[in-house]
Write a protein that binds this ligand. Structure first.
Ligand code: BTN
Length: 250
């Protein structure tokens, strides 16, 4: 994958710029990075606070197969974990589907937006936001964490960006060549969701039970007591670690 980088001091959202570039035919591997964003986007149309000092970027991908798409978010989480671990020894964990946690707080979020027409994927906009040297404000002080606050010193953002990109390139190639279980197994290695009782808010309602697997389609497999349910997207709350096969008797 040939990487081409567009750098901005400030923009509204790197997702929007990447979308325009992708609509105009920009190649896979085109990256938009900004020092800060006026209106960063999170999942489910939430606001993503993106002050100076963080790593905020979007990469355009044009995966060959629609079936790989579900794993792109998980792949991105693994790339962030492995990229950071190349430089620092930090106990990072992955929370399904798109969070990288440090000390139980959010260090990084991933947003995957797609343009699909007639069941064919035109492009994906893979947005990655990592709290690196940025100060966290308001409620984020309690729910999020920056790498700088954990390590006690400033982190060179560019080095981190390059390591994460390198990991992304390697894992994306595996994904494109069909190594789905390789990606899923790596994700499971860092998972903090599996083995826990979870409550998942999906578009169709709430699913509660023991999270015990992630499928090759990226779904979270939950033992709900009366059987097994798979969820494909949603917001997860970690409840406890499940000691029994189901969480209903807790
Ligand atoms: C989430 O956890 O809700 C996803 C957050 C994704 C944030 C990144 S930062 C780079 C890219 N541009 C955006 O506006 N959002 C994503």
């Amino acid at each position: 994958m040939k990487v081409r980088i567009y750098r901005f001091k400030e923009c509204v959202s790197t997702q929007d710029i990447a979308k325009k570039l992708a609509d105009d035919g920009a190649a896979e591997g085109t990256v938009v990075i900004a020092d800060k964003m006026a209106s960063g986007r999170g999942r489910l149309n939430r606001v993503w606070v993106a002050d100076e000092g963080g790593l905020w970027f979007t990469i355009i991908l044009r995966p060959k197969s629609l079936s790989n798409v579900q794993l792109v978010t998980l792949m991105a989480g693994v790339s962030v974990v492995e990229g950071i671990k190349k430089l620092y020894d930090v106990p990072l964990e992955l929370k399904w589907p798109n969070d990288v946690l440090l000390n139980g707080r959010k260090l990084c979020g991933v947003l995957t937006e797609a343009r699909i027409s007639n069941n064919v994927i035109d492009y994906l906009l893979l947005g990655i936001g990592v709290n690196v040297n940025n100060e966290l404000r308001g409620d984020l002080k309690h729910t999020a964490i920056s790498l700088k606050s954990y390590l006690g010193h400033e982190v060179p953002i560019n080095d981190l960006f390059i390591e994460i990109l390198k990991c992304l390139e390697v894992l994306y190639e595996s994904l494109q060549s069909g190594s789905l279980s390789y990606i899923v197994n790596l994700w499971k290695k860092y998972s903090t969701t599996l083995g826990r009782c979870v409550r998942v808010f999906t578009a169709d309602g709430v699913v509660e039970g023991l999270a015990y697997d992630v499928g090759l389609d990226g779904s979270l497999v939950i033992n709900v007591g009366r059987g097994v349910e798979k969820v494909y997207s949603g917001d997860v709350i970690h409840l406890t670690f499940g000691e029994s096969k189901s969480c209903s008797d807790e």
